[in-house]
Design a protein around this ligand. Sequence first.
Ligand code: 8X3
Length: 247
Amino acid sequence: MLVLVTGASAGFGEAIARRFVSEGHQVILLARREERLRGLSEELGEGCVKVISCNVADIEKIKSELGEYAQRIDVLVNNAGLALGVESFDVCLREDFEEMIETNILGVVRLTHYLLPFMVERGSGHIINLGSIAGNYPYPGGNVYGGTKAFLKQFSLNLRADLVDKNIRVSNIEPGLCGGSEFSVVRFKGDQKRADELYENAYPLLPQDIAESVYWVASLPAHININSMELMPTTQAFSAFRVCKKP
Ligand code: 8X3
């Protein structure tokens, strides 16, 4: 399989790329940080056929870099995404929520819209979106981030409805607490200590666990479509409803 992985320079994306290559598949790595992509590409050797360093929402650059590879992609892993800030929406920064919407929604929709016609023409393909439990359950400070992940959940299901007669699979992977990546350092705006405290003794999921789920979904027999897969570490569950006592 030829697999395009976005957000491939670290965390889930890097682990997903490594997992596919370890099974003899080929990957195209896409992310902003060129140096990191080059390092990973060297490690992956012939498993990596191309590196594209740009913002995932920059569809024109992606189109020109992909060239004819676009017609051959079997699996698109829409992994690039981020949470920026945990403030209540009334005090969060506009540039933060706009960046989340651009990366988590526009990046996914533009790239999927570009590659899907090639998959339809070939009569095969798999779109795998990286959602989150934040798209399934509300929590304080999740506002726009959770909204973007809820969008991915419904977008994935609606794609399934559009593609039911096209032999194209669509899956939404919805992880909960996951350590071992830069996700929470970015979410807490560079506060490494706060990120470390969140994961300490929590035995969170790890990027390799997400990679395993993505690989499993993609390697099932072609007639099976995993619509969505929600996973949490055993140490995470649902919180009780919050009740606010007024003075
Ligand atoms: C984020 C999941 O549990 O860290 O996608 O809020 S969680």
